[in-house]
Design a protein around this ligand. Structure first.
Ligand code: AMP
Length: 181
């Protein structure tokens, strides 16, 4: 049987109902990451549209975006830049407040993490409302990055995040969709 990429990878995601709070279906990618074949395939598929784009840096959002972003950066022969929860980065930072599907928070990037004009791709595991990714795009633009794309394994299209990021002029690559939250 020849499964599509989506069906193949979707089968490796574990869903935990009502975590971290009632009504949320938590899409757990640790089961995908723990499957060697699925992890490689997911990274290959995420980078596919960007293979010729001469990306300088991959920006990953803490914490699952670090795991994927590191692998994506390696695959694209790009550098890696972390976007972290506030107070974690040791050097001079810029900070942005952003809204989450379940809360409010602030995140930061090193001011010198990207040089002005560098081509950057943003990576995270999942896009829901797009609040996190929007905050990350703002941070990257603030330090002069040319944000040429973003990629996520999972899209929750009913929450409109991917559309929100496309409206900012940033292409969005996702590998599968789940209905609801
Ligand atoms: P948002 O800012 O609403 O797009 O939320 C995206 C961020 O929250 C990502 O870093 C995800 O890892 C996490 N997240 C949001 N909703 C879920 C969910 N249903 N399952 C797993 N992670 C989620």
């Amino acid at each position: 049987m020849n499964l599509t990429v989506t069906d193949d990878l979707m089968a490796t995601i574990r869903t935990i109902p009502n975590y971290p709070k009632p009504g949320i279906m938590f899409r757990d990618i640790t089961t995908l990451l723990g499957n060697a074949r699925a992890f490689r395939r997911a990274v290959d598929e995420l980078v596919h549209p960007f293979a010729g784009a001469k990306i300088d840096k991959v920006a990953g959002i803490e914490a699952r975006g670090f795991i994927l972003g590191g692998a994506v950066a390696h695959q694209l022969s790009a550098g890696f830049v972390p976007i972290r929860k506030k107070g974690k980065l040791p050097h001079d930072t810029v900070r942005v407040a952003y809204s989450l599907e379940y809360g409010l928070d602030e995140m930061e990037i090193h001011r010198d993490g990207v040089s002005p004009g560098e081509k950057v791709m943003l990576v995270d595991d999942l896009i829901a409302t797009g609040g996190t990714a929007e905050g990350a795009v703002k941070l990257l633009k603030q330090i002069g990055a040319d944000v040429v794309g973003s990629c996520f394994i999972i899209d929750l299209p009913e929450l409109g995040g991917a559309q929100k990021i496309r409206k900012l002029g940033v292409p969005v690559r996702t590998l599968m969709e789940f209905a609801g939250h």
